[in-house]
Design a protein around this ligand. Structure first.
Ligand code: HXC
Length: 518
C-alpha cells in the first residue's frame, strides 16, 4: 500500500473513531454513572452479533448560532442503521445522550427519517431507543419542523410495519409523540421519564410539586396513564422485551407472524381447569392461570400488564402459532369493563387484526362499570371502541365464555353477532341480560312485594332465574354458542378451530377509513 492510501485510510479511521466516541469519555462516564448504557452499547445488545450496518455515522449539523460551531460531533447525537434480531431484519435508531443530551436536531431527524423510510420500503420493523432532552434549543424552529418529519413517517408506517419505542432516558416535550404514535412503548424503571412538560414547568404553571419519576416514570406510564405497554426493570430487560415482542409479530402486514416449533402437545388437557371456577359465583379466581394452562408453555407475553388490570391482553402461542388473547380478570374489580380496560382491549384487538394475529377472548365479565365518574368521563364512547374493534377485525376470532357474560359484556366481547367465528362456553358460563339479584325483583317485583314472606319469595325467584338463565344452554339452543365444552378440552378445541380458520377470507366494504370512536 502506498503512502497516499495510508493517509486516506488513516483519516477515515480517525473520523470513525471520533464518531464512535460520541460525546467523549467524560460524557460516557456520566451516562454510565446514571446506570445508563450508551447508544452503541444498547445496539450491541439489541442486534445479532456483527449484523449492524450503520448509516450516517459522519453526518453533523452546520449550525453556528450560540457557539454551535464548536459543538460538532459526527453522528449528531443519534446512531442509525440496519441490523438483525434473531436473524430477522430490522431498522434501528438510538439517541446518544452523551452528545448534547441527545437533543433532537435537523440532522438527527434526517438520519431517523432515512431509517424510517428504509424500514417502510423494505417492509421491516423499526425500533427506536429514545434518550433525549427534546428539541435542540439552539436549532430553534428547525428542530420543531424535524419532529413533524418523524411523526408523519410514524403515521405512514402505522399498520404496515411494527414500530417499537424504548424510552431509556428523558423523553420530553414534543418527543413524546413519536412513541405515542408507534405500536408499543417500553420504559425502563428509574432511568426513564416521559412528559409533555417537565416538573419545573408543571410547578410554575399549576403549582404542583412533583419529581420527574412521579410525573412520568415507567410506573406512571405502564400503570396509570397507559402510555407505555411495558415496564422493564433494566435496560437489558427492555431490550429483551423488544426481541421477545418481535418474535410474535410479522415483519410487515403483508406477511404472517412466524410460527415456532413447540414440544407442547396440541392435545394436552389440564384436568385442573375443570375445577378452576369456584362453585360460589361471588368468588374470584386468577384468569392468568387459566390462560397459562391453555396456551403453549411459557408463551404468554402480557401487554399493558399494569394498566387496567381488570382486563388481560397478551400475545401467546397455540401449537406454535402466535395468537392474541383478550380476557377479563375476575380477580380485579370482578373483571368489569371500564374506560381504561375498554381502551386497553380495543387497542390490542386492532393491533392483532392489523398483524393478522387471531384473537381469542376469554369472557368472565359482569358488564360495563356503572357510575357517575365513568359516565362523565365517557364510558359510552370508550366502551364503543371495544365493539368497533371486534366488529372491524377480520382475523379469526374465537371466544370462550368461562363464567359471566352478562349484558353488554356478552355482546361486546367477541359475540357471534359481532363476527366471532367460533364460540365456546364452559358449563359454568352464565349468559344473560343481567345477574339474578337484579333481574328477579325487576321482573317479579310486585309478586315479591305481595308475597307473605317477601324475602323467601325473592330467594325463590332468584333461584329460578339462576336455574333457567344463568347457564350456557339457552345461548347454545339459539346457536349463539357453538359448543359447550369441558374446561380441560379448551386447548385442543382452540387449536383445532384455529387450524380450520387459518385460511379465513373476510369480505370488507371499500372505504377511506371508518370513524373509530376515540
Ligand atoms: C440542547 C440540550 C437539551 C436541549 C439537554 N441538552 N437538553 N441541549 N437542547 N433540549 C444538553 C445540556 O445543555 C447539556 O449540555 C447536556 O445536554 C446534558 O444535559 P444536562 O442538563 O446536563 O443533563 P441532565 O442533568 O441529565 O438533565 C437532562 C434533562 C435536562 C432532564 C433532559 O437536560 C433538560 O431538562 N433538558 C430540557 C428538556 C426539555 O424541556 N425539552 C423540551 C424542549 S421543547 P453540556 O454541553 O452542558 O453537556 C420540545 C418541543 C418540541 O421538545 C415540540 C415538537 C412538536
Amino acid at each position: 500500500m502506498d503512502g497516499g492510501a495510508d493517509e486516506h485510510l488513516g483519516r477515515l479511521r480517525r473520523i470513525r473513531e471520533r464518531a464512535v466516541l460520541g460525546g467523549g469519555a467524560a460524557a460516557l462516564e456520566r451516562q454510565h454513572a446514571k446506570g445508563k448504557l450508551s447508544a452503541r452499547e444498547r445496539l450491541a445488545i439489541l442486534l445479532d452479533d456483527g449484523s449492524f450496518q450503520e448509516l450516517g455515522a459522519l453526518a453533523t449539523h452546520q449550525v453556528t448560532d450560540f457557539g454551535m460551531s464548536e459543538k460538532r460531533f459526527p453522528g449528531d447525537g443519534v446512531v442509525t442503521g440496519l441490523g438483525k434480531i434473531n436473524g430477522r431484519r430490522v431498522a434501528v435508531y438510538a439517541q446518544d445522550f452523551t452528545v448534547l443530551g441527545g437533543s433532537f436536531s435537523q440532522v438527527q431527524a434526517q438520519k431517523i427519517n432515512r431509517v424510517q423510510d428504509l424500514a417502510l420500503e423494505s417492509g421491516i420493523p423499526i425500533v427506536g431507543l429514545n434518550d433525549s432532552g427534546g428539541a435542540r434549543v439552539q436549532e430553534g424552529v428547525r428542530s420543531l419542523a424535524a419532529y413533524g418529519e418523524v411523526f408523519s413517517r410514524n403515521v405512514r408506517s402505522s399498520g404496515i410495519i411494527p414500530q417499537i419505542s424504548v424510552i431509556m432516558g428523558p423523553c420530553a416535550g414534543g418527543a413524546v409523540y413519536s412513541p405515542a404514535l408507534t405500536d408499543f412503548t417500553i420504559m425502563v424503571d428509574e432511568t426513564s421519564a416521559m412528559f409533555l412538560t417537565g416538573p419545573g414547568v408543571v410547578a410554575s404553571v399549576t403549582g404542583e410539586q412533583v419529581s420527574a419519576q412521579e410525573l412520568g416514570g415507567a410506573g406512571v406510564h405502564a400503570g396509570r396513564s397507559g402510555n407505555a405497554q411495558f415496564e422493564a426493570s433494566s435496560e437489558a430487560e427492555a431490550i429483551e422485551l423488544v426481541q421477545l415482542l418481535l418474535s410474535y409479530l410479522p415483519s410487515n402486514t403483508a406477511e404472517e407472524a412466524p410460527a415456532l416449533v413447540t414440544d407442547d402437545s396440541p392435545d394436552r388437557m389440564d384436568d385442573a381447569l375443570n375445577s378452576v371456577v369456584p362453585a360460589d359465583e361471588g368468588l374470584a379466581y386468577d384468569m392468568r392461570a387459566v390462560l397459562e394452562s391453555v396456551v403453549d408453555a411459557e408463551s404468554l407475553l402480557e401487554v399493558h400488564k399494569g394498566f387496567a388490570p381488570n382486563a388481560i391482553v397478551a400475545f401467546a402461542r397455540l401449537d406454535g402459532r402466535p395468537v392474541g388473547i383478550v380476557a377479563n380478570q375476575p380477580a380485579v374489580m370482578s373483571g368489569v369493563l371500564d374506560i381504561d380496560s375498554s381502551d386497553k382491549i380495543s387497542r390490542f384487538v386492532r393491533i392483532c387484526d392489523v398483524y393478522s394475529i387471531p384473537v381469542i377472548t376469554f369472557v368472565d365479565c359482569p358488564g360495563y362499570l356503572p357510575g357517575v365518574e365513568q359516565e362523565y368521563n365517557g364510558v359510552i364512547r370508550h366502551g364503543a371502541k371495544i365493539i368497533y374493534a371486534y366488529c372491524q377485525a377480520t382475523v379469526p376470532k374465537i371466544s370462550v365464555t368461562v363464567r359471566k357474560a352478562i349484558g353488554g359484556s356478552y355482546v361486546a366481547l367477541s359475540s357471534k353477532q359481532m363476527g366471532a367465528d367460533v364460540t365456546f362456553a364452559w358449563p359454568t358460563a352464565q349468559i344473560a341480560v343481567m345477574g339474578a339479584e337484579g333481574a328477579a325483583p325487576l321482573v317479579n317485583g310486585r309478586a315479591i312485594r305481595e308475597a307473605d314472606d317477601p324475602d323467601v319469595a325473592r330467594s325463590q325467584f332468584i333461584e329460578e332465574y339462576r336455574e333457567q338463565f344463568l347457564n350456557p344452554y339457552r345461548a347454545a339452543d339459539l346457536g349463539q354458542i357453538d359448543e359447550v365444552i369441558e374446561p380441560r378440552e379448551t386447548r385442543p378445541r382452540l387449536i383445532r378451530a384455529l387450524e380450520v380458520l387459518q385460511t379465513k377470507v373476510a369480505d370488507t366494504v371499500p372505504k377511506k377509513h371508518g370513524l373509530f370512536p376515540v
